[in-house]
Design a protein around this ligand. Structure first.
Ligand code: X8Z
Ligand code: ZN
Length: 660
């Protein structure tokens, strides 16, 4: 998947298959691009650049990038909906063309450094210079290799499966080896790839990430959880050598466009110097960590009561397979194990979705209904025709949820293997946040077609999902009774904290790991060790079984093989409470922040639209001001939202030895 500019795809916002890499063998001065991109002809090069020239240059960039993005997005869409060697190659070729264009154009743009320009042109040039997360070296062979690697890693992840002993692979075409073998995955102990079950026996099936996540979500048995956890993590070692090469080539590409390494480029997209940005993420985490520590302490004590003191000791980190999620990144699936107060109204939305037999499209329609209640338009017909909502039974797809802007004609789609769970209902709102952001800026110059920053893009749908309160769910018939008193409210807040507060350290550490890898501070022989050191430091979790460098646990998380930066989600988790606070104010809400739902408020919708429609045409600080009146990220909104819970947790943890 190519991750360039905010150009429209995949995980939304800045990351994705929007733009792509190059046509092999095209010279930097080569025909098509140099002229269309406005790179000056040799005879003009000496002359001082003028604003008119910059304008013409950007107009050409805009035209050519639209063409390349469309080509890339279409190829990526087909590839991720139907992974084969052929579609991998087609997607890589399209990405390669975009990469070539960007490398050349980013260098050409330096010609205008220091030139006084009207704001709109200056902003486009600024964005162009940081407009990719995968810059390619100009060497054609290396560029082709990098483009192919990036696609291959995503496809390997998409095809990843755990095949218990004797398992049959449902998705593989007849006669094909199981995906495990195709991905080069080692058979789990006692299992042989492709091994046939004895005649008459019912063969177990290979398990996909969705299957394994279901086990993590619902099983309470240590060994079952452990098998699902180790089974999934075994998909990653074959990705390791490819990732290592991606780091080397990506760094080379970053150096060519003037960055010390790929991580520095990733940190450069936040309207502040990269170092200041890193310090800013530390500042935000520092304010929220005390609340995380209280949550960790309480959750660990409840898990200890279930699994025993010999498995979770005092001051010990939490084993990573016990938190209801493959990566221990969101914990609300273990809520039923540790509900603060019994006898309160049920918050089991998953049970209701199943009982009501809501299908995938109906779940997406519920999400759409929230956005239209704010005065935004219904989704275009093509969204419903072209999106993928259900996991196909007969082919390999990348199931990780994503939102796509294919071209700039409001051709919007999501791709998601939806299951009838509360988690997926929330993810639908998340994806529709990307879709509505696209819908508000698709008419802008292409360089402005992205979020104010990538954290904004990730935070919009989540902001609306914060308004999916019990009162709102009751109107949908997805809860029966409302929490009536303080105890019921604590239950609601605690469940929310299991997702939102628990996520923060995970959201921060993934890029902490990658930044160190890109900078050469973490060497390939220490990849896994460094990963678990960060997971321990930030999250206080530990692997459930010993790990070595034969493992590649970061590769078992989508965004690492897919090359999607992750700090965006950390930021989004903080911004969304700030956005929520501002929209609640616009909606006239009074009372505690966690009881607010903006559903049905056109005044809130207007504020939201005002910000979304700016795209990236202004700095994120300006965009924030348009919606909230504030110009800084403020963890205070999140703290305000959870204040009643913080007090309660502190009280509950009295006598506990917290920390790890
Ligand atoms: O990747 C996503 C979205 C697509 S942008 C489904 N999220 C992160 C993740 O799953 O790890 C949303 C929350 C964090
Ligand atoms: Zn997203």
């Amino acid at each position: 998947m190519l991750v360039a500019l905010g150009l429209g795809t995949a995980c939304g916002g800045a990351g994705s298959p929007a733009a792509a890499p190059t046509g092999p063998g095209r010279e930097a001065s080569g025909a098509v691009a140099a002229s269309t991109a406005g790179a000056p002809a040799a005879s003009q090069r000496a002359a001082a650049p003028t604003p008119a020239e910059a304008q013409a240059f950007l107009a050409d960039v805009d035209r050519e990038l639209r063409r390349l993005r469309l080509q890339s997005a279409r190829a990526a869409w087909v590839n991720q909906n139907f992974i084969t060697e052929d579609t991998d190659a087609l997607a890589a070729a399209a990405d390669e063309a975009t990469m070539e264009f960007l490398n050349r154009t980013m260098k050409a743009a330096r010609r205008f450094d220091g030139l006084a320009l009207p704001g709109e042109l200056a902003r486009q040039l600024t964005l162009l210079k940081v407009g990719t997360t995968l810059p390619a070296p100009s060497d054609p062979a290396e560029r082709a290799e990098l483009a192919a690697l990036a696609i291959e890693m995503t496809s390997m992840y998409g095809k990843g499966k755990y095949c218990p002993k004797g398992a049959a692979d449902r998705a593989a075409p007849a006669g094909a080896a199981p995906a495990r073998a195709a991905a080069g995955q080692k058979a789990p102990a006692g299992a042989a790839a492709g091994q046939k079950a004895p005649a008459g026996a019912v063969a177990p099936e290979c398990l996909t990430l969705n299957d394994l996540s279901r086990i993590l979500r619902t099983s309470r048995k240590w060994d079952e959880l452990l098998e699902a956890w180790t089974g999934w993590h075994a998909i990653a070692p074959p990705i390791r050598p490819k990732f290592e090469r991606y780091v080397a080539l990506g760094n080379k590409g970053a150096a060519e466009i003037g960055f010390p390494d790929l991580g520095a480029l990733w940190r450069a997209g936040y309207d502040m110097p990269p170092d200041a940005f890193e310090a800013e993420t530390d500042r935000l985490w520092g304010k929220l960590k005390p609340l995380y520590d209280e949550l960790h302490c309480y959750v660990r004590a409840r898990l200890r009561a279930i699994h025993g003191k010999d498995r979770i000791g005092d001051k010990a980190p939490i084993p990573a397979h016990l938190l209801g999620n493959m990566w221990a990144q969101q914990w609300s699936n273990v809520y039923p194990l540790m509900e603060p107060y019994k006898g309160q109204p049920s918050l089991d939305v998953t049970g209701k979705l199943k009982a009501k037999k809501l299908d995938e499209k109906q779940m997406v329609a519920l999400g759409e209904r929230f956005f239209t209640s704010l005065g935004l338009d219904p989704l275009p017909g093509t969204f419903w025709e072209r999106s993928l909502f259900e996991k196909p039974a007969d082919r390999e797809v990348v199931c990780h949820a994503s939102a796509w802007d294919v071209g700039d004609r409001n051709d919007l789609r999501i791709k998601m293997c939806i299951e009838p769970t509360e988690e997926d209902l929330i993810t639908i709102h998340h994806e529709l946040g990307h879709i509505y952001y696209y819908s508000q800026y698709y008419k802008l110059p292409i360089l402005f077609q992205s979020g104010a920053n990538d954290g904004f893009h990730e935070g919009i749908g989540d902001t609306l999902a914060l308004s999916v309160t019990p009162s709102y769910l009751k109107t949908l018939g997805l809860v029966d009774r409302l929490p009536a008193d303080e105890k019921g409210q604590i239950n609601v807040l605690f469940k929310q904290a299991l997702d939102k507060i628990a996520f923060l350290p995970f959201g921060k550490l993934i890029d902490q790991w990658r930044w160190d890898v890109f900078a050469g501070k973490t060497r390939p022989e220490d990849y896994n060790k460094a990963w678990w050191a960060l997971r321990l430091k930030y999250q206080g979790v530990a692997p459930p079984v010993p790990r070595t460098e034969a493992d590649f646990d970061p590769g078992a998380k989508f965004h690492v093989p897919a090359g999607v930066p992750y700090t965006r989600y950390f930021l989004a988790h903080i911004y969304q409470f700030q956005f929520h606070r501002a929209l609640c104010k616009a909606a006239g809400h009074t009372g505690p922040l966690h009881t607010c739902s903006i559903y049905g408020s056109e005044a809130a919708g207007e504020k939201l639209r005002a910000m979304l429609s700016l795209g990236a045409s202004r700095t994120w600080q300006e965009a924030l001001q348009v919606m909230t009146g504030e110009t800084e990220a403020d963890p205070g909104a999140m703290l305000e939202y959870f204040e009643p819970l913080r007090k309660w947790l502190k009280d509950q943890n009295k006598g506990e030895v917290c920390g790890w």
